[in-house]
Design a protein. Sequence first.
Length: 601
Amino acid sequence: MNVIQEKLKLLPDDPGVYIMNDRDGNVIYVGKARNLKNRVRQYFHASVKTEKVMAMVQNVTDFHYIITKSEIDALALENNLIKKYKPKYNILLKDDKTYPYIKVAISEKFPSFSVSRKLKKGSKYFGPYMGGVRVRDVLEMVNVAFGVRLCSTNVGEKPKKPCLNYHIHRCLAPCAHLCTAEEYGERVRQAIRFLEGDETEVERLLTEKMQKFAAQEEFELALDCREKLNMLSKIKLKRITALNRDLNADVIAFATNQMYAAVNILITRRGIMQGASTFAVENTSTDAEALSSFISQYYASHEIPDEIITHDYCESKLIEDFFRSRYQKNVAVISPRQGIRKQLLEMAENNAADYLEKAIDKIRHKEDMTVTACERLQEILGLSRYPRRMECYDISNISGVDKVGSMVVFIDGEADRSSYRRFRIRTVEGANDFASLQEVLTRRLSKLGTEEEERFPKPDLVIIDGGKGQLSAVKEIFDRMGVADIDLISLAKREEEVFTLDSKESILLDKRDYCLKMLQRIRDEAHRFAITYFRNIHSKRSLSSVLEEIEGVGKKKRVALVEKFGSIDKIMHASIGELMQVDGVGENLAKQIKKFFEDKI
């Protein structure tokens, strides 16, 4: 702490980001400040601190800072460093659901419509869809009403044969050159108007089609239209009449009990309440700073609205400047005093407070299962350091065929799926799990000390799925590569024995111990990840072998069919129209493929 006191005297008055480390050098908190000297000193000198802040400060053994030009730059840098280090005391949106959007590929000559969970430039997005409205139902409604294409077929100069969607009046078949760009473009414009909130045209079209199909005694198609009209009524009921139909706003409320906190977001698009989402978050800073940090992280992967409705203590100008600088987007951040916006904010506040009250036990239980379990694991197994980053490895194969390895990563006891990696075994002949593990660990550890360590940080603990033999095999690689500062253990499935390098006997943890449950979670996740990869490779290889038996299906068409369907079962049950959507597959070949699989049944 003496080192910290000396450093506190040297802090500048500039804006910037401060980074706090524990005794093992792990980054445990990142914060931004308008004035570094004033903000950082508060942690160590302020007499009134929340329980959460006190717990964090007790673990701080050092800190450093980065000066920025402005507080906006500090907020952006804070966001990047939180993503990089994943500090245990920061707000982390790792449990966040990504809600679906309808994507319109407006950069295409004949724009396609599809479901997407990622927002990228070059397309137009509508959503997110939540709260009882299924995105695929809305997409199907657009398809039935306007006949826009939902496929990814390349529309080129050479016309293709129209698929089933054309014959059931669900597509204008631009790929078959059965409509002009102008005709299709008008349908796209009508569909976009509907997605923007104008239901009049789609209601009229669906009603007309329903009556037409009923008159032609095509009752199944007429019933389909009626179902779409019922769905449209459900969407209209979600409209908030007092809100402007052009308004796209997110309502964000923050609630805290000084130990834990929760954020509730109500999402409205074009005056329609799309749904709500609630997050449990850490609270180791002021409410205003926590709210700003949450907003900057959340909108890194979500659609940015025109308006954010939130508390009066929010750093409104900073957030507005941040969106303008970072995303070139003008967002109004407002704190309403009355009217419908005030009512929406109160609704979000009630949701956040209710979630916090009911979720405290769940949050505490989660801490027991994660961070506390990591601390106990270090103590029980005598690990050299707190196992913040744990990596677990598993091998999967059948009789030595299609051998694969998996690496899953847990940070502070929670899965970090973005860091998972898969390996195809290259050098091992036959079913040799020991040698396969050695290959995987050699490839993984070779990244340490190189430029790639930025993307693959050094783990604190490596866990092997297996017993003493697997542990010894990996220890050989550690010794050969001179790795001495990473703890290594294995977990054998039958008796759930833990093997370490420091004990000849296995360690049996209590079946109810959160430490064992955490080790089981990471081991089972590594096994699941390896099995999934193996099945994917094995099924594609098997499928490709089967397709070789079909006359007229060459290598290029086999690859296209595998990429499109992925399994024998899906090709077997595909319609002729669906098979014809694959590049190079015409009607005759589609019928031939269909007959081949029918003969196999």
